[in-house]
Each structure stands twice: as structure tokens, then as C-alpha cells.
Design a protein around this ligand. Structure first.
Ligand SMILES: C[S@@+](CC[C@H](N)C(=O)[O-])C[C@H]1O[C@@H](n2cnc3c(N)ncnc32)[C@H](O)[C@@H]1O
Length: 814
């Protein structure tokens, strides 16, 4: 949140408020409104507190943006009000509701993620088990609203839930629902995401064969939706290999790593994660060294985030007109670069969580005026249940002091003798188009969503594509060499005239018409071996607000990507030991370490990602991740073998000799869930003998769909197992186990679940003895689940070095 505006967009849970816990980034799994309420309450307290001077204290050092004025008052900001009233973003008679809603906490929203089968199953559990249990409930005299389906989200797969911690503490049914949500979120089957943030990927219409670029992707909630769309044909996520791919990019290295971490919940061989400045995103090359053009590009750009005040009350304090003005330049450059990278028949979705026309329509108008090949797509017939307002066709341009300028010429005239104007300087691009131009641009085709329309955050979405009559006929057969782009093209978006004359461009705003172009050739390495020194990605500050400082992160120290090849002896060994079919795509398996040896983990990617890795220098494209980890070396006491990781089951399954997968029943599953390493003697026949006869090492076990009085498995699942001398171990992540346990047995019967229950019971008993109300159940909030589970597992030393892995998701047989 601190510092760069480019990183501050306020998409809260799915974006900037993912906080770092002791072990890493918190997962955002809290389903309570308490933290927001707490912050808001703190804001309210401050409001009534006398000023430090009045209390005889030295006041805090003031932030540069609220130094001058007294515009800010906890959950309101008079300048925000004045600015948006000036813009007339809502009719006068709606202002009150708009502004009140923008200052109240946001309801919790989530969507079913991952695969169709599991998504549907979990949705059914919500509908059939939890909604009835939560309906008609009254806590402390207050009627509790059960979760509601978000009406515009396809398939009824997204929900909204308004619940306070106070209420949760008092109701076992809500506690149970809360825990269910936490587990399924940890497991990647539910994504807690702000409702409006779900919109851009829906309008992008990604299909499994598409080449997709997500330019500003971290922390990745929208990329996750794109991954799901790419795998739309799968019943289980990852059970097919899409022919398309996704390049997910973020210029902030830490956030790019966070993106990798988040996307591990949705393992796909079709993913690449890069760490580049999107405004100068280099071309990836195909094997003929032609630039790749994408079918779909998402530009969810860094923004001031003033649509997220309901989740980030801090925005009230920081809000100032200069924020949007300063970001405009970077936003234009990112979108211009996207237009350059788009395939003729492709589409771009541009989005912000800001309501400011400077960051929205002014950006769209600027890029459309500079490139008449593009147009806004009319999507008004899509998602009819989504209440929205059309884009603004004109707006007011005001500086930090809310002085309004009629035109860029007037502004230039008034400021020409001033060596420095206060706040970010204005450019011609900030001003609305002439009415006649505005009509041709169809800015009304943009979409605006305001908080009060359907109890959400504020959001902006625009869909762009090339005009049909500007799409050139298909090219002649490709020439093997790439023609160097003429210098003029390197400087400008296209042959279109510049947006504004160079002389008029204020120095602090990066030029919109001359986006810094990368060199076309980023190729070079044909293997994963490093071939070039790390290249700085940008000399610009990525906030777009201030003159550039040297970028902090110019080094790149990722391991190379080395494809092993079918002849590799480790691959041969894996094929033999894991009973893989001859069709197993050995040529798409790679390792990531400096030596190129199959030392620990093996990864798999699809054909397209492989080609891109081999054709482009991974260092120059700053490739931080690709594909999915499928196999990992397991050092057992008597032998060393690779085992199939949980994430690897779906991609490997089509290549496993079917007869080697054995069936077991839910009693077996129960034992495998209740204990980490149950002794073989604990199983009834015929499984005891079956496990005894099983070869040491990796195995796959199938549990068929079953309905018994105590347990329900709605679809068949295949899970990895490890057989050691005297025990067997279900090799799935502890969170996956808990979630599976909840789904099948109705409660968490894992060792950790048992421990948490005992703790809760002990607390309740102690409280009862002291004559207090029953203590709350152990709560799993942001990050807590991870830490608790880790602690519990730490006590359970694995037999023969078999450690539960950290990946997620169960695999469904298709
Ligand atoms: C609005 S957030 C993206 C949210 C993301 N799409 C999601 O749904 O989770 C904007 C992101 O842009 C990144 N960013 C800022 N400047 C950038 C640039 N020049 N190029 C690429 N990414 C940039 C920030 O690090 C931040 O993660």
C-alpha cells in the first residue's frame, strides 16, 4: 500500500491488501468484515478526537497530500465529493446514496473457482446444506441474511455474504460455513474476490485456443479466471492441455512472485509469468522469429483505486485529483502497448477500480484518437443483470486545487510562466474530446459501476477491438526472417498522427504518443541456458506519477529452463516406475536449476509454452515461472524415486497405464485422511493385502462416487499415494485433505481438524467453568489456517522422509 501508486490500486483482497504474514503472503481467506470495520471504526474514533495540538501533543508528520487543507475527514473527503459532484458522475438525487454506500464496508463476495465439476459440487453444497442451515436465523435479535447469488455472474457461481465477526462467534452454523469457505479457498476451489473485479475476464471471452496476455496481473485473481476460461473444456481443471496459453505479467518482482504463488492453486501447463514493465512489453517471438500477437489482452492497469473505498478506507485520506492525473500517462502507455501486441481479430479489456475519468474515458479517448483502427465494442447486451452506467462522453479537468480548465490551450496559457505547477501537470490527453469527436469514439460504450447500484465497489471496464474494415487480408506465407520495424514505428503507436505536439507536452508526463518501444528481438537462447546479461526492463518509474527514479529491481536471478528430452534417463526411469504410456510427452518436461540436471522437481508445459521458452531468451523476457510442477524426487530409505505431485495428477493422468490405478472405498479414504501415515495393518481386507502387495513408492488410487449414510462423494477422484515399508500416505496437501474431508464426511477429520476441535472444546469447557459465555471456535482467518496447519504437521515427523507437499486440488476422473 505504501509508496508507489502503481502498486496501490485498491482492489483489496484480490489485489493490494494481500498482506504478508510471517510465512508469506496471506491468503485473504478471512470471510469477516471485521478488519475493514476495525479500520473504519478507527477512522470514526479519530474524527471525534481533538487535534493533537489541542491535546498538547505534537501532531504526526503530515502526508504531503493532506498537508494543505482539512479536506479529509475520516470516511469522507471533501475534495473527493467536490470533484465527483463537478463531474456529475451520478445524478444529484443519487449523490447521497452513492456517497453513503462508498463509506460503508463491502459485503464479502466469492466465486466458485477451479474446475466445472468441483465448482458445481461446492455450489450444490452451499445451496443444499449451508443456505437452509443459515436461513431464518436470528442472532442477538438481528436477522442473519444467508448468502445471496450474485445475479449477473454466469451460472449462479458467485455469491455475496454480509456477516460480522460478532455474529459469527455466536452461531455454530455460520462458524461451520465460514470454515467450509476458508478450506475451499485455501484449496483453490473458491476465490474470494470483489464482485466487480470479476467483470473484466468475463468480458474478455477467453477460449482454450487463445493466446492471452494479462499485462498487470498480480496478485492474480483475474488471471485465475483467465486460466479457468482457458481450461473451460476440462471437467477437472488441468485434465486437458489447452492449445492456447497465458502470459501473466507484473512489473513488480515481489508481486510477480505472489502471482506465481496464487496461481499454484490452479495448476496449468499453459502458463508463463513474466516480470516486465507492461508499457514497454517486448515482443515474444515465434520459431520463425515473428512477433507473437495475442488474441486476448487484459489491461487491468495500476490506478488510484478510488472505487475501493469500501475496502480500503485509507483511500479517503489519500484521495486527491493529482492521483488520477498522474497515472493517466502510464495507463495510456500500457494500453497503447497492448494495442500494438494485439492480433487483428483480438480484443482488449481495459479496466480500473477507479471512477475518475482521467484514468478511464480520458485514457480510452487518447488511445482511440491516436489510432483510428480501433473501436470500443458495444457490450450493453452482455450480462443484462449487471446494473451499470454508460461511459462519460465529457468531463471536467481540474487541478489539485480544483481549478477547472476548459481546454489544454487555456491550461498551457495560464501555467506557461510558472516554472512548476502544483500537483501533476495536465496534458492534452486529460481533456475530453470535442463533442463531434466524442460521438465518433462512442465513449458511452465504456461501462461504469458505482457502489450504490448493486452494493459493490466502483469499477470501470472498456472493451476494444480492431475495426472490421481495418483488418488487413491474411499475410502471405511467412518469411523466415523478421523485418526490423522502421524507426518511426518504433517511436509511435502507428502511422497515426501524434496525440499532441512534442513541444506542448509537459516534462513530467511521459509522452503518450511515443511509448518507449522494446527492441523487437528478445530471442536468442534456444535452450534454457543463460545467454545474455540481465537487461533492465525500464528506466521509468512505474507509477506514472513522478519523474523517474532508477528502477530498483533490474537484476534477474531466476534459474534457467532446461528440457530433458525423451532419452533422458530420469524420464525413462519415471516412465517405467510410474507406468506411463509411450505417448507421455517427455519432450515437454523440463527442470529448473543451474545445472540442468533432474535433481528434484520436474515441470511440464504445453507445446506453445515450450516453443516460447525455446525461442525466447528467458532472461530478456524475465520469465519467472512456466508450466506446472508434476513430479518430485522422493528420497525413501531404500530407494529414490519420483512421485506424482497432486498438481501433476491431472496433466499426467491421460498418460498413466489405466490398469495401474487401483480402486478403494470411503473407509480407506477415511483412514488416509484421519492419519498422515496409517500403518497398512489398520486397513480391512482386501485393502490390507492390496497395500502389502503394492510396490514401494508412488501409486494412484481411485475413489468412486459413493453415497453412504456417513459420507458422500459426488464424483470419482484419483489421488496420489506413497507406499513405504509399513505404511501408506495420501500425498495431498493438508488443506486439500481438510477440504476433501469437509466435503465427503461433513467435518474436518484430519489430524489438524481434530486438534482444532479439541482446542475449541477445551476453551469452551474452561469458559463454562469460569461461568463465561462459550468461547468462540478456533477461527481460521487470513493466514491463520496456514500457520496452524504448519505447526500441527511439524509435530508429525514423516516416515521415510515423505513430507506432505504444498500443492492443492484433488483430481476428478473424467
Ligand atoms: C490493478 S493491479 C492488478 C490486479 C490484478 N489484475 C488482479 O486482478 O489481481 C495493478 C498491478 O499493476 C502492476 N504494475 C504497475 N505498473 C506496472 C507496469 N508498468 N507494468 C506492469 N505492471 C505494472 C502493479 O504491480 C499491480 O500489481
Amino acid at each position: 500500500m505504501k509508496g508507489k501508486y502503481g502498486e496501490r490500486c485498491g482492489q483489496s483482497n484480490d489485489c493490494c491488501s494481500w498482506r504478508k504474514s510471517a510465512r508469506g503472503y496471506r491468503s485473504g481467506a478471512s470471510y469477516l468484515l471485521n478488519s475493514t470495520r476495525r479500520r473504519m471504526a478507527r477512522g470514526k474514533k479519530r474524527k471525534h478526537r481533538p487535534a493533537p495540538a489541542a491535546r498538547g501533543e505534537a501532531g504526526p508528520k503530515k502526508d504531503a497530500r493532506d498537508r494543505d487543507d482539512g479536506w479529509v475527514d475520516s470516511l469522507t473527503n471533501a475534495r473527493f465529493d467536490a470533484y465527483y459532484k463537478l463531474q456529475g458522475i451520478v445524478p444529484d438525487d443519487e449523490w447521497e446514496t452513492f456517497s453513503k454506500t462508498a463509506a460503508t464496508p463491502l459485503p464479502v463476495t466469492f466465486r466458485l473457482a477451479g474446475s466445472r465439476i468441483i465448482g458445481q459440487e461446492i455450489n450444490n453444497i452451499i445451496r443444499e446444506v449451508h443456505i437452509p442451515a443459515l436461513s431464518g436465523m436470528v442472532v442477538d435479535g438481528v436477522q442473519v441474511e444467508p448468502p445471496k447469488v450474485i445475479p449477473w455472474y454466469p451460472g449462479g457461481l458467485a455469491w455475496q455474504f454480509n456477516i460480522e465477526k460478532r455474529v459469527l462467534r455466536k452461531s455454530p452454523e455460520i462458524k461451520k460455513f465460514h470454515r467450509f469457505l476458508v478450506y475451499e479457498t485455501e484449496n483453490g476451489n473458491i476465490s474470494r474476490q470483489e464482485a466487480v473485479s470479476m467483470l473484466p475476464p468475463l468480458f474478455l471471452d477467453v477460449e482454450p485456443h487463445h493466446k492471452v496476455l494479462d499485462m498487470c496481473a498480480a496478485p492474480g485473481s483475474k488471471t485465475a479466471q483467465l486460466v479457468e476460461a482457458l481450461h473451460a473444456d476440462d471437467l477437472t481443471l488441468g485434465s486437458s492441455t489447452p492449445s492456447g496459453f497465458i502470459v501473466a505479467n507484473d512489473s513488480n518482482h515481489k508481486r510477480a512472485q505472489l502471482l506465481v504463488h496464487q496461481l499454484a492453486r490452479l495448476p496449468t501447463p499453459a502458463l508463463m509469468v513474466t516480470n516486465l514493465d507492461a508499457s514497454i512489453m517486448p515482443n515474444l517471438l515465434d520459431p520463425q522469429r515473428r512477433p507473437i500477437h495475442y488474441d486476448r489482452i487484459l489491461c487491468d492497469v495500476p490506478c488510484s483505486g478510488d472505487g475501493t473505498t469500501r475496502k480500503n478506507p485509507g483511500i479517503w485520506k489519500q484521495w486527491a485529483p493529482a492521483n488520477g492525473i498522474g497515472l493517466h500517462g502510464l495507463q495510456v502507455r500500457i494500453l497503447v502497448r497492448a494495442m500494438k501486441l494485439l492480433d487483428h481479430h483480438g480484443r482488449i479489456v481495459y479496466s480500473t477500480c477507479s471512477m475518475n475519468p482521467m484514468e478511464n474515458e480520458a485514457v480510452i479517448a487518447t488511445v482511440l484518437k491516436s489510432n483510428s483502427d480501433f473501436e470500443l465494442v458495444d457490450v450493453s447486451d452482455r450480462m443484462p443483470d449487471l446494473v451499470r452506467r454508460p461511459g462519460m462522453t465529457t468531463w471536467k479537468v481540474a487541478n489539485q486545487q480544483l481549478e477547472v480548465f476548459d481546454s489544454f490551450e487555456q491550461y498551457s496559457e495560464l501555467t506557461k510562466n510558472k516554472s512548476r505547477t502544483k500537483g501533476a501537470p495536465l496534458t492534452a490527453g486529460h481533456f475530453p474530446p470535442e463533442p463531434k469527436d466524442a460521438e465518433a469514439l462512442h465513449l458511452e460504450r465504456c461501462m461504469r459501476v458505482y457502489p450504490h447500484l448493486q452494493d459493490t465497489g466502483g469499477f470501470f471496464v472498456a472493451v476494444l477491438r480492431k475495426k472490421a474494415d481495418r483488418i488487413p487480408p491474411p499475410p502471405k506465407p511467412a518469411n523466415a526472417t523478421v523485418k526490423e520495424e522502421p524507426a518511426s514505428l518504433k517511436r509511435a503507436l502507428s502511422a497515426e498522427p501524434a496525440v499532441e505536439p512534442e513541444a506542448k507536452r509537459p516534462k513530467l508526463d511521459a509522452p503518450v504518443d511515443v511509448p518507449a518501444e522494446p527492441t523487437t528481438d528478445v530471442a536468442g537462447a534456444t535452450t534454457a541456458e543463460p545467454s545474455a546479461a540481465p537487461t533492465p526492463v525500464s528506466s521509468e518509474d512505474n507509477t506514472g506519477l513522478l519523474p523517474s527514479k532508477p528502477p530498483k529491481e533490474i537484476t534477474f536471478s531466476e534459474n534457467p529452463y532446461t528440457f530433458l528430452g525423451a532419452e533422458n534417463e530420469v524420464i525413462q526411469e519415471c516412465i517405467k516406475r510410474l507406468s506411463l504410456l509411450p505417448s507421455f510427452p517427455s519432450d515437454r518436461v523440463f527442470v529448473r536449476n543451474p545445472t540442468g540436471q533432474a535433481a528434484r522437481a520436474l515441470y511440464m508445459c504445453n507445446e506453445q509454452v515450450k516453443t516460447l521458452i525455446l525461442t525466447n531468451d528467458y532472461q530478456k523476457i524475465r520469465l519467472v515461472h512456466a508450466g506446472v510442477k508434476i513430479l518430485e524426487k522422493q528420497d525413501a530409505a531404500s530407494f529414490v524415486s519420483f512421485r506424482i505431485l497432486e498438481d501433476g495428477v491431472a496433466p499426467i493422468l491421460p498418460f498413466v497405464e489405466p490398469d495401474t490405478i487401483f480402486n478403494a472405498d470411503l473407509d480407506v479414504l477415511k483412514i488416509l485422511i484421519m492419519e498422515y501415515y496409517p500403518a497398512i495393518t489398520k486397513f480391512e481386507e482386501p485393502y490390507k493385502t492390496l497395500f502389502e502387495k503394492l510396490e514401494l513408492g508412488n501409486a494412484l488410487v481411485r475413489f468412486e462416487a459413493t453415497n453412504t449414510p456417513d459420507a458422500t462423494l459426488t464424483h470419482s477422484v484419483i489421488l496420489p499415494l506413497w507406499k513405504s515399508g509399513v505404511s501408506v500416505c495420501l500425498m495431498i496437501d493438508k488443506k486439500s485433505k481438510s477440504a476433501l474431508s469437509f466435503r465427503v464426511f461433513g467435518e474436518d477429520i484430519t489430524p489438524l481438524g481434530q486438534k482444532l476441535r479439541e482446542q475449541a472444546e477445551a476453551k469452551a469447557a474452561a469458559a463454562a467453568e469460569d461461568g463465561e459465555d462459550a468461547a468462540p471456535d478456533v477461527e481460521l482467518q487470513d493466514g491463520d489456517a496456514e500457520v496452524d496447519m504448519e505447526a500441527a504437521v511439524g509435530a508429525d515427523v514423516p516416515i521415510e522422509g515423505v513430507a506432505p507437499e504444498t500443492s492443492v486440488n484433488v483430481t476428478v476422473e473424467t
